[in-house]
Design a protein around this ligand. Structure first.
Ligand code: GDP
Ligand code: MN
Length: 405
């Protein structure tokens, strides 16, 4: 689960990681109030106004149909109002959002930490993630912060220092010092950096995060180390033990079909093709997508209805697939192991009737317990649904349907 920058910074602060302080606002008026408060509390002359969307590259991104950048420095309260007006309610396009962009609903008004000027500060990069191959967490740090870390990794990989941490042992003090040293820190900044890395790692582990990316990590002109940005991803499978973090979920940032699917306990991932599919089991779902491709179609989605497919789950699956305007045909591929094929067939027929007239051809392949009975129920339903038992038969029927599109 991705969360917003301001939420990520709330987590960091709880763990004693110094952050660029800010207040989130949902209207230009609230942004102005926030700016006044921050200017008074932190003695800052300026503030930055930062769009809160689930995508990076905001600093270089631009509002659709305008010139406003997604992150901007405000030198007066009037500036804050203007920038917030340009951002809130409008669509921001960045290198990470794709051309359609993302709507900005909130801005973070934060203290200016680049005092007295940009040449006095140093922007660095620190990321923590899981290295599956080494079965370790890895901290990656670079002196080349603020910019695209992918570029650094490609062209100057020697500028990224990596430190692997055995999860059973945890981060050792010498490792935190190694990173601070690798980033060229000395004196007070070195001590600050050791503390920063240590607390950041603790936050990463204790929140069950799968990624923390702080870009830039800033060394201020008075040698403080702080997080100016925070990209945080929490492992969905661990949310059950973090009720407070689960509240950070912002469904307006997610694909609406995927939100509806997860509310129905369906594993759904939207894709760009024209043949929708509904399958039980992730492995069979992957194989089914291959079959669709081999038959000349393109899968419109991945959809795993899980082990206990019944009329209700099938109906929810149908509705979600049909909301995708690109879908021109549907392949249902269910293996009746735990669930019997005749029950699934009845479920398909009931779901079809509940939804009404489905405008696209449907092929239902049922294999396993009571497969023949399932095919009979489909064939005798009188609906525009074709049955199949063998996989090759289903593939042939998909091929015919796709060819006719
Ligand atoms: P991103 O572009 O989505 O990664 O957003 P960031 O939070 O990283 O901010 C983008 C850029 O805004 C940073 O790299 C800085 O150059 C600039 N920026 C952020 N905070 C401040 C600030 O307090 N003062 C100034 N002058 N610039 C800032
Ligand atoms: Mn950033």
């Amino acid at each position: 689960m991705n969360i917003h920058e301001y939420q990520g910074k709330e987590i960091l602060k709880r763990y004693g990681v110094r952050i660029q302080e800010g207040i989130v606002a949902e209207s230009p008026e609230k942004a102005v109030e926030a700016a006044k408060l921050i200017m008074a509390q932190t003695n800052s002359k300026f503030v930055v106004v930062k769009s809160q969307i689930h995508a990076g590259g905001r600093g270089k991104g631009q509002i659709k149909g305008g010139t406003q950048r997604g992150v901007a420095l405000a030198k007066s309260v009037d500036d804050v109002r203007d920038i917030a007006k340009n951002l809130i309610g409008n669509v921001l396009v960045t290198i990470q959002t794709g051309p359609e962009g993302k709507k900005v609903n909130k801005v973070l008004v934060a203290q200016d930490v680049y005092y007295p000027g940009e040449s006095e500060v140093k922007e660095m990069y620190i990321g923590i993630l899981l290295d599956r191959a080494k079965a370790c967490n890895v901290i990656m740090a670079s002196t080349e912060g603020g910019m695209d870390i992918e570029e650094v990794a490609e062209h100057t990989p020697e500028k990224i220092v990596k430190e692997w941490i055995d999860p059973a042992v945890g981060l050792q003090p010498f490792q935190a010092r190694k990173i601070a040293f690798g980033l060229g820190m000395t004196g007070e900044a070195f001590k600050e950096m050791v503390k920063f890395v240590t607390n950041l790692y603790k936050a990463y582990v204790e929140t069950d995060a799968s990624m923390f990316e702080i870009n830039p990590v800033l060394k201020t002109s008075d040698n403080k180390i702080m997080a100016v940005d925070a990209k945080v991803n929490i492992d969905d499978n661990a949310l059950y033990r973090h009720a407070d973090l689960a509240n950070y979920r912002d469904v307006t940032e997610e694909d609406p079909l995927e939100v509806e699917a997860s509310a129905n306990d369906l594993n759904y991932v939207k894709l760009d093709g024209n043949v929708g599919c509904m399958v039980n089991g992730a492995g069979l779902a992957m194989a089914t997508m291959d079959i669709i491709k081999l038959s000349g179609g393109e899968p419109a989605n991945f959809l795993d209805v899980g082990g206990g497919a019944n009329a209700k789950t099938v109906e929810a699956g149908f509705r979600i697939i049909l909301k995708d305007p690109n879908v021109k045909a549907i392949l249902i591929n269910i293996f009746g192991g735990i669930v019997r094929c005749d029950r699934v067939a009845t479920g398909v027929v009931e779901a079809y009737k509940a939804i009404g007239n489905i405008p696209v051809p449907i092929i239902v392949r049922l294999q396993g317990t009571n497969a023949a009975e399932g095919a009979r129920i489909i064939d005798e339903s009188g609906l525009k649904v074709q049955s199949a038992v063998a996989l090759s038969e289903a593939a042939e029927k998909v091929r015919a349907v796709v060819a006719a599109l």
